[in-house]
Design a protein around this ligand. Structure first.
Ligand code: SAM
Length: 296
């Protein structure tokens, strides 16, 4: 473990340009400390007030990169810190101060605090920017080998079995790569529910300990991963990615059935759009069929 008195791993030489006033979200490493960006370090070096979900983690990161605190305030803040502190931060920004905000790891707001702050700053019309960087979901998508043209990040699944199954059932038809965060102690139960709800043949990728020493990517069907993880002790941080549902070959009967169900609650136009998207058929065909069926 590094000591605070150890020399920095790399002493950061801040850019000469001053950091503009306002709120600066910064992304921080999800494992490898050197994944911090130079711009994030510039912001940390130049901000007048530092705000962090976890002040110890940010202090440690600054020590590693040779960014001195120099007596600047380092304030702990998360989405439940209360309105008093939120108003204090807004007042500082309004006063023209430069604030840096970092969550514990990765990108703020991504299953991390920062949303309430961003919403309040946006509503107040105050200046705000972000120095982008590490994010476990995006890192995992890059490595997964699954389609990246369309993806849906769904955060952490519920811990209770019933809620988790209905959460998965909602995601089952989504035509996008699904990205979830999961705790290692719930991974087995999660995979079992995944196989049950989405089917054992769905392609799944598990990314563990990204950017760290024991980084590992496991790929297979839901059934294969259930078997693979059944006997292993699972440790570390995990991202689960799920391939999109295979598009079933639409038949005249399945189009009619889908349209009848949709027309029960939707207009002809909306039913046609919905069915064309869910069954992957041209909208013109869905619209004509919806029109015919609506006339009885
Ligand atoms: N804000 C972070 C981000 O941008 O990815 C996520 C914070 S969330 C509280 C923490 C979860 O992210 C972990 O439980 C895990 O699911 C995922 N995660 C974070 N670091 C990871 C890593 N190095 N490898 C795999 N998953 C990681």
């Amino acid at each position: 473990m590094r000591q605070a008195s150890d020399p920095p791993e790399v002493a950061h030489k801040p850019a000469l340009r001053a950091i503009p006033p306002g709120l600066h979200f910064i992304s921080t490493p999800i494992g490898a400390a050197r994944d911090i960006t130079l711009r994030a370090l510039d912001v940390l070096a130049g901000a007048v007030v530092l705000v962090a979900e976890d002040t110890r983690t940010l202090r440690h990161l600054m020590e590693i990169h040779g960014v001195p605190l120099n007596g600047r305030p380092l304030i702990a803040y998360h989405d439940h810190s209360g309105n008093g502190l939120l108003q204090r931060l807004l007042a500082l920004i309004e006063d023209g101060k430069t604030l840096a905000y970092a969550s514990e790891a990765g990108t703020p707001l991504i299953s991390d605090p920062g949303f309430e702050l961003a919403r309040a700053v946006a509503a107040a019309g105050l200046p705000m920017t972000a120095a982008p960087g590490p994010c476990a979901a995006i890192c995992a998508l890059t490595l997964s080998g699954l389609p990246s043209d369309r993806f849906l990040f769904a955060g952490f699944p519920p811990a209770a079995q019933g809620a988790r199954r209905s959460f998965l059932a909602d995601l089952a038809p989504v035509q996008a790569t699904l990205i979830l965060y999961e705790s290692p102690k719930r991974l087995r139960a999660f995979l079992a529910d995944l196989a049950l709800t989405l089917g054992g043949t769905r392609q799944v990728v598990i990314c563990r300990e990204l950017t760290k020493r024991f980084e590992e990517v496991s790929r297979g069907t839901a059934d294969e991963l259930v078997a693979q993880f059944a006997t292993r002790e699972v440790k570390g941080e995990i991202v689960v990615l799920i391939d999109r549902a295979p598009v079933a070959q639409a038949t005249e009967a399945s189009i009619d059935a889908a349209l009848d169900a949709a027309l029960a609650t939707m207009s002809v136009k909306d039913a046609a759009t919905f069915v064309s998207q869910t069954l992957g058929i041209p909208r013109k065909i869905a619209y004509q069929a919806a029109l015919d069926r609506s006339k009885g």
